[in-house]
Design a protein. Structure first.
Length: 210
């Protein structure tokens, strides 16, 4: 079995300690950091993403796998920077103002990182201005807004307006999601993309970053 496959399978099982050892071994054997990332860590997380989409695994498994992937990424990061490896894209994500729910947001973040996207996590209760200022400051291609309450959904519309006001609406895509959000609502507020689950959100973000 190739070491990449071993890394991938241990990511899927959430075995962080073994992933860490295998990544270090791959580095010591002179394998390219980008390949260890893509063919080992990210490929393992992609399998979990697909299984999550198909209801074959659930949130706890995803969180454990993401944690395992993260231990490997931490070791690779300095090497990837050294090699000038580009991330797939850059996204800022947060739960909108007035809303303190973050499980869905955290899941989306992990899935996106699993696709090689650099994610700036703004946390919960994020104002429209913070979303837009962050996107400008960090050159993000996508703003991702999450809401779990019907009362806070409307803030997503304010994020779109704020992006228009700041003059970045043509440069930055806006994604929305969360239990009460629908495709119809996304169109109504003029956002670019709605997805119903974390794995689809990650796929959509990759497309938008292209």
């Amino acid at each position: 079995m190739s070491i990449y496959l071993e890394i991938s399978e241990n990511v899927q099982c959430g075995k962080a300690k073994i992933v860490k050892e295998l990544v270090q071994k791959a580095i010591d054997n002179g394998l390219p950091a980008a390949q260890i990332l893509n063919e080992g860590l990210i490929s393992g997380m992609n399998v979990i993403g697909e299984k999550f989409k198909n209801n074959e695994v659930y949130v706890p498994e995803v969180l454990i796998a993401a944690r395992a992937m993260d231990t490997g990424v931490k070791i690779l990061k300095p090497l990837l920077i050294e090699d000038g490896v580009q991330s797939t894209g850059k996204v800022c994500i947060g739960t909108v103002q007035g809303d303190m729910h973050d499980i869905g947001k955290n899941l989306v973040k992990m899935m996106m990182e699993g696709k090689g996207i650099e994610v700036i996590d703004l946390g919960t209760d994020v104002s429209p201005k913070t979303f837009v200022d962050t996107a400008i400051e960090h050159n993000c291609q996508v703003i991702c807004c999450s809401a779990l309450l019907t009362t806070t959904m409307e803030v997503m519309g304010d994020v779109v307006k704020e992006a228009e006001r700041a003059g970045i609406r043509d440069k930055v895509k806006i994604m929305v999601g969360g239990a009460p959000v629908t495709e119809e609502f996304c169109k109504q507020i003029g956002a670019d993309k709605y997805t119903s689950d974390a794995a689809s959100a990650a796929d959509a973000a990759v497309e938008l970053c292209r």
